[in-house]
Design a protein around this ligand. Structure first.
Ligand SMILES: [Zn+2]
Length: 475
């Protein structure tokens, strides 16, 4: 394992600001604190400060590697859609203020508007719809998707032909990773507003989430023909890269999986992979007491096409961005290593679907490693040393994507995440992990979920994990 302690922590502190240096020969360097200094470009890596001649640098991309491994659900959650203005005859701003004021929703006001709407007057119906819409927007802004959806759907009962309301419902379903419902509402919205690019943009994401990239590509192309949008363009480019690669792929499926594999891989390997995946599916299903409703996409790659398509950093062996992507170069059957990798990535799919993309990376990676059979023995001494030296990175720094991390920092993050989950499972069983995931799924912040289930905040959890490691692995 060999974690370089001092250097590691130095890099860790600035990990959030990972930059990417793109060289003229196409090579990329992920680095920290990239500065231009005369005819040199200086940067920090885990090996210390380095410099290269500016003449070989094409450009520098600031702020990390982007959402390479982001799932469709997570990507949809970040969509920045500004709905077109509603053609309201009533005074929309006035209703907004009456429905939501002093940091709360005025349910009495909304009830009055609903009472007036019972007269069947068109204007009253519109007021009731706008009042519920305002409430939904407020709830959405506070992360309360369930109530936002409920209010927005009630709004539609008063104004069933309003595309903006239909789009808002579709958007909320998308955020909840309920893709079929999202498509249903977007199709309705199209009937009333066939030239609105945002509808096609959202529908592209919904199909992408349903693992139907062909349909997603069609929707995004249509969206771009109506309205230029850099997010949609980036999503389309990625989907087209996937599609181009996968066109020569063969397909196979089993009850819970849709598998694609390159023509050079053996059909017997594909069948074997599906058999092993189904076996792991049953095991994880009973450990987490959960069955993912959506079928899970799996793609087997040769090594080179994996790197080309995923654009992941070199330390990534396999990944899960909504589909399980695994390089299988040279394999003719499933060996122990591949079986472990499959179980690890499959665990991510379970947690992804169970929490609708809300689980932080440290829980994802901790549980995935636990499931694949890893334990903390080889890392315990190094982790204890880091923690006791007061230099452990806090857990809230491990919630977001790790894709921009240098390999040694990533190793540390993996080791610490496993140790936390191992401590939780060994102390009180997998049921605690289930309960934490349930709360995250219901919208709790991770640290609040820990407080409710373990009665520990992040600091307490790290201390307990440190004690656990000392007790079980060091003398
Ligand atoms: Zn993982």
């Amino acid at each position: 394992m060999g974690i370089g302690l001092a250097v590691l922590l130095l890099v860790w502190a600035s990990a959030a600001r990972a930059d990417k240096i793109i060289l003229k020969n196409g090579r990329q360097i992920v680095a920290y604190n990239v500065t231009e200094d005369g005819d040199k470009v200086r940067y920090e890596t885990s090996a210390g400060q380095l410099s290269i001649p500016k003449s070989i640098v094409d450009h520098i991309e600031r702020g990390g590697m982007g959402p390479i491994s982001e799932s469709p659900a997570a990507a949809a959650a970040k969509l920045n859609l500004s709905p077109p203005p509603m053609e309201a005859t009533a005074n929309a701003a006035e209703i907004d203020q009456a429905a939501v004021h002093d940091g709360a929703i005025d349910r009495d006001y909304i009830a009055r508007m609903e009472g007036e709407a019972r007269t069947g007057n068109a204007k009253s119906n519109e007021k009731a719809a706008l009042a519920h819409h305002a409430a939904a927007q407020f709830e959405l802004a506070h992360g309360d998707l369930e109530h936002a959806l409920s209010d927005e759907r009630t709004a539609i009962t008063y104004l069933p032909d309003q595309p903006v309301l239909l789009m808002n419902v579709a958007y909320l379903y998308l955020k909840k990773s309920e893709f079929k419902q999202s498509v249903e509402y977007l199709e309705k919205a199209k009937r009333f507003s066939p030239d609105n690019g945002d509808i096609y943009k959202l529908e592209g994401w919904a199909y992408y989430g349903m693992n139907r990239p062909d349909q997603a590509v069609m929707e995004w192309k249509k969206s771009l023909s109506l309205k230029p949008d850099s997010e949609t363009q980036a999503a389309l480019d990625k989907a087209l890269r996937d599609k181009e690669e996968e066109e020569n792929y063969k397909e196979n499926e089993s009850p819970h999986f849709q598998l694609k594999y390159n023509g050079t891989a053996q059909p017997v390997l594909a069948r074997e992979v599906l058999r092993v995946l189904e076996m792991h599916f049953s095991a994880i299903e009973s450990e987490l007491n959960y069955t993912p409703p959506e079928s899970i996409g799996v793609v087997l790659y040769t090594q080179q096409s994996f790197a080309d398509i995923t654009r992941a950093p070199g330390w990534v062996g396999a990944l899960n961005d909504g589909r399980i992507r695994v390089p299988v170069q040279g394999l003719t059957g499933v060996n122990a290593e591949l079986s472990r990798v499959l179980k690890h990535e499959l665990t991510h799919s379970f947690i992804q679907q169970k929490t609708r993309g809300r689980a932080p990376t440290w829980i994802q990676e901790g549980v995935a490693q636990w499931m694949e059979g890893k334990r903390s023995d080889e890392n315990a001494a190094a982790l204890v040393q880091i923690y006791d030296g007061g230099e452990a990175a806090p857990l809230n720094h491990m919630e977001g994507s790790w894709m921009g991390l240098p390999s040694d920092v990533a190793r540390y993050a993996y080791a610490w995440s496993l140790a936390n989950i191992e401590y939780i499972v060994e102390s009180d069983g997998m049921s605690d992990v289930q309960r934490i995931l349930d709360r995250i799924s219901a919208g709790s912040l991770t640290e609040d979920a820990l407080k409710e289930v373990l009665h520990e905040d992040y600091g307490d959890l790290m201390r307990s994990t440190d004690e656990y490691l000392k007790k079980n692995y060091t003398h």
